[in-house]
Design a protein around this ligand. Sequence first.
Ligand code: ADP
Ligand code: MG
Length: 141
Amino acid sequence: MKETITSNSPEETFSFAEELGRKISGFSVIALYGDLGAGKTIFTKGLARGLGIDEDITSPTFSLMESYEGDKPLHHFDLYRIENLNEFENLRFEEYWESEGVSVIEWPEKAGDLLPENRINVFIEYINENMREITIEYTGN
Ligand SMILES: Nc1ncnc2c1ncn2[C@@H]1O[C@H](COP(=O)(O)OP(=O)(O)O)[C@@H](O)[C@H]1O
Ligand SMILES: [Mg+2]
């Protein structure tokens, strides 16, 4: 299943993600694809709100991952700084992806084949300054 929506503002992207956060199961992995400045972190903030998290979400650029407690826990990964698959493997992030909670992964390309097959792919494409196309795809079963 695959659907694409157009977002005309950061707020719309936030709301779309918030809605997803409200209806998603507590065992989900979301791979968030998109260039720098696409809106991955804003999307994650909306998702967090939908999961009932009040804390402010900041991008874990240096820590690579941050967890938050909510109605459902959120594990937020930003793999931008990972240089190769070997470095990724040593972090053992798969253990989070198999445990309770919603995992959202910025720069999922860096995890290669270690991403779970059952996941939600979100592609955010820059159209112009305020417009993005957001495609959501459910893979596996
Ligand atoms: N429709 C939109 N959806 C998301 N972000 C948008 C949109 N229009 C403009 N922006 C801007 O794009 C930037 C996205 O930043 P961020 O979420 O940090 O991106 P990323 O994490 O993908 O690098 C923000 O400055 C935001 O205000
Ligand atoms: Mg980001």
